[in-house]
Design a protein around this ligand. Structure first.
Ligand code: ATP
Ligand code: MG
Length: 137
């Protein structure tokens, strides 16, 4: 089965959106197989977002998310990576359809509530980065 790394960013946690976010994955039929709250280090975030290292917003992005806390999760089920992107919406909430998490709850690209892996390969990389094997059910 396919697994996906989903993270509720500090703005999503602060705004009290954890329950509604988890519900949206549950009601679709996905299974939660790992969850933890943490304050992520800059080190793990630089590794997580390493493909964006040369972007002008990289420092701000890492600095913001490192303030934490975040909720890191692993979800399992059919097409979870592609469906996860559909449930979350586009990177910019302005481009995200109503009915998606970013489309319903977000306003700004730099405060877009949630992360979801963009491919099965990056999901596997990110799960290994954020979770130990014994933290997953
Ligand atoms: P994520 O990886 O966080 O799920 P994404 O895959 O939709 O988001 P990426 O291109 O991977 O988008 O960008 C990672 C994050 O960097 C975005 O979620 C957003 O918070 C931030 N970001 C992307 N583009 C911009 C931008 N132009 N200005 C400010 N922040 C940005
Ligand atoms: Mg991304």
């Amino acid at each position: 089965t396919i697994e996906n790394f989903i993270m509720i960013k500090p703005d999503g946690v602060q705004r009290g959106l954890c329950g509604v976010i988890i519900k949206r994955f549950e009601r679709k039929g996905y299974k939660l197989i790992g969850l933890k709250m943490l304050n992520p280090t800059e080190e793990i975030l630089k590794e997580h977002y390493k493909d964006l290292a040369d972007k002008p917003f990289f420092k701000k992005l890492v600095n913001y998310i490192s303030q934490g806390p975040v909720i890191a999760m692993v979800w399992e089920g059919v097409d979870i990576v592609k469906q996860g992107r559909r449930i979350i919406g586009e990177t910019n909430p302005l481009d995200s359809a109503v009915g998606t998490i970013r489309g319903d709850f977000g306003l700004e690209v730099g405060r877009n509530i949630i992360h979801g892996s963009d491919s099965v390969a990056s999901a596997n990389r990110e799960i290994n980065l954020w979770f130990k094997a014994d933290e997953l059910i």
